[in-house]
Design a protein around this ligand. Structure first.
Ligand SMILES: [Zn+2]
Length: 278
């Protein structure tokens, strides 16, 4: 075992905070985190700010030693942060943040100002927009912006799959990316991975915010003053886009919670979705 202390965090993208989301069950995950010692951050889609289940909100509030939230896009539309219009990006980040603050008011669950870009797509200007809005960092699966090399000095971390980490990718902190379908055949794959990692290196599992605070000298100031924005997004996009986003979100939930449990239906539903381009 290497003696150097590593920090680690597992990030699960997309799920609503409901008892079950797709193959994920929060209570089972918590029991496993207690038993095997690890920490999970949910990359939460701000659009879902009014949809959290009270029971799961209580679970998150009671167990900040195991669960935390960070920000996953704004509406989770394809490539929403892969544009270069800084004003538009600034409005997007403001809307995402205002929704997360509203979610915190409703549920009592705080969040870290850390962005995980949907589909890993982002531009250099998107990093600038995060910096403008006092975000701590971006943690992403894709290391490169759509417009070339990273030009911003905004803190940026790459995350990896369990398979990449086990086969030798070593970073510190270790950020792990997962989706609910990783649990399709139960949780053994996850607990085997955590067990293997915990024996290889000395690890402190923690929330992304706490980990980043250990990595930089000035501690991040969280400014939870809510910008005066229309939380529905209607002001920013207009009706047509608003409806498209609404449909996309509900169809994604349908896919994750029902369709993906049946491989045959899932295949054809994906085809239909590609055809109507939502
Ligand atoms: Zn996502």
């Amino acid at each position: 075992m290497q003696n150097k202390l590593h920090y680690a965090n597992i990030i699960i993208d997309d799920p609503l905070l409901k008892e079950n989301y797709g193959f994920l069950n929060y209570q089972i995950l918590l029991d496993l985190m207690d038993k095997h010692n690890f920490f999970t951050t949910i990359a939460f889609i701000p659009w879902n700010y009014k949809r959290t289940d009270k029971k799961i909100a209580a679970l998150f509030r009671e167990r900040p030693d195991r669960f935390s939230l960070c920000v996953h896009g704004c509406d989770h539309t394809k490539g929403e942060f892969g544009v270069s219009d800084i004003e538009h990006l600034d409005s997007k980040v403001k809307l995402a943040t205002a929704r997360m603050i509203e979610h915190e008011k409703i549920t009592g669950i705080s969040f870290d100002r850390v962005m995980v870009f949907p589909q890993g797509i982002f531009s250099n200007e998107a990093l600038d927009a995060l910096q403008l809005n006092n975000y701590y960092a971006a943690v992403n699966t894709v290391p490169m912006p759509i417009n070339g090399h990273r030009s911003s000095n905004f803190p940026f971390f790459v995350r990896h799959t369990p398979e990449d980490i086990i086969t030798g990718v070593t970073t510190n902190p270790i950020f792990v990316v997962l989706h609910h379908d990783y649990f399709k055949n139960g949780y053994k794959k996850l607990t085997d991975f955590v067990g293997e990692l915990n024996t290889r290196v000395k690890i402190k599992w923690d929330s992304i915010g706490n980990i980043l605070n250990c990595f930089s000298t000035p501690s991040f100031k969280s400014n939870n003053k809510q910008a005066n924005v229309d939380l529905s997004g209607l002001d920013l996009y207009g009706y047509k886009e608003f409806l498209k986003i609404l449909m996309r979100r509900y169809l994604s939930d349908l896919r994750d919670n029902y369709l993906c449990k049946n491989d045959y239906i899932f295949y054809y539903a994906k085809k239909v979705r590609d055809l109507i381009k939502i």
